[in-house]
Ligand binder design. Structure first.
Ligand SMILES: [Ca+2]
Ligand SMILES: [Ca+2]
Ligand SMILES: [Ca+2]
Length: 297
């Protein structure tokens, strides 16, 4: 590239090189992997940001000529001859927040193994224990796969950019602090970086946080927490409600709705299972009103 930007591209298994940068071009959020020679060759100035450059047959990046060269938030690993190679005498380049076995000392740089998800299978996403998680500086607001950045990949606050083209999504983290985990929000197409717990996109009367606690679908109005069926079993009322694993259910009652005392517990801590659960009142009264609660342990 003579200038210009390559953004969110995968450049793999080319012969000989992945890409060249001439005169100030940019690679951002790109994977350059398993090419037969260099991942990137930089000839005269350029920016490489949040890229993953791995498994190339020569060097990950070769710097051939000076200019304003910055390499940041980038993982270079398992390239055959070198991860980062600079021609002798060409030293006018800067690195920050990079991971490579031969990266020079610099702000945020590390020579530790980036711990890919599956190096042998050429899956260069970061695995849970990667030192590249939350180890970058400010970068683009999405990753290669349009996952928003930055996520709280260590679930420890603050939320920082990861090195490389892939932002690590830790299922149990809650990046935006809206009470719903990143894993659940991602699975259900909600916004991981905006507090949307009070929204009700399927207009079923349950907000997203309620759907999260109940394990129902926030985009399906037919999927909501309610007593969905009642039948009489041996003279005893049995009622059904949608349940989900990892939740506990309590059944409460009153025999008179005008009774201003608290609802009383008939049973507590029923462990949820997928699908409909049914519960039967073993000692029903002539008249009784029921309420089912769901919660996390
Ligand atoms: Ca959210
Ligand atoms: Ca809803
Ligand atoms: Ca719903």
């Amino acid at each position: 590239m003579g200038g210009g930007i390559a953004r969110r591209c995968e450049i793999r298994a080319n012969r000989p090189c992945g890409g060249d940068i001439l005169n100030g071009g940019t690679f951002e959020n790109c994977v350059l992997a398993d090419n037969h020679a260099n991942g990137i060759t930089i000839w005269n100035g350029g920016l490489v940001r949040n890229c993953t450059i791995a498994g190339n047959g020569n060097a990950g990046i070769t710097v051939y000529a000076d200019g304003d060269i910055l390499i940041e938030n980038t993982v270079l690993w398992s390239n055959v001859l070198a991860d980062l190679y600079c021609q002798p005498g060409q030293t006018n380049y800067a690195t920050s927040h990079c991971c490579a076995r031969d990266v020079p000392a610099g702000v945020g740089n590390t020579t530790n193994d980036p711990v890919f998800a599956n190096l042998a299978a050429h899956d260069y996403r970061l695995a849970s224990g990667s030192p590249c998680i939350d180890a970058g500086t400010n970068g683009p607001v999405v990753d290669l796969e349009h996952v928003p950045r930055p996520l709280d990949g260590r679930a420890d606050r603050p939320c920082l950019w990861d090195m490389g083209a892939y932002e690590f999504l830790r299922a149990g983290a809650d990046t935006d602090g809206d009470g719903m985990t990143d894993g659940w929000e991602s699975t259900h197409g909600l916004d991981l970086v905006v507090q949307d717990h009070f929204e009700d996109p399927d207009h079923d009367g349950m907000d997203n946080e309620g759907e999260y606690v109940a394990g129902t679908d926030p985009w399906d109005a037919a999927s909501r927490f309610e007593v969905s069926g009642v039948r009489v079993q041996d003279g005893k009322p049995a009622f059904q409600f949608p349940a989900a694993p990892g939740r506990f259910y309590d059944v409460l009652y009153k025999d008179d709705l005008l009774d201003t005392n608290d609802w009383l517990a008939l049973t507590n801590d029923l462990p949820g299972s997928a699908g409909l659960m049914e519960w039967t009142d073993p000692l029903p009264a002539t008249q009784r009103f029921y309420k089912v609660q769901v919660r996390f342990p």
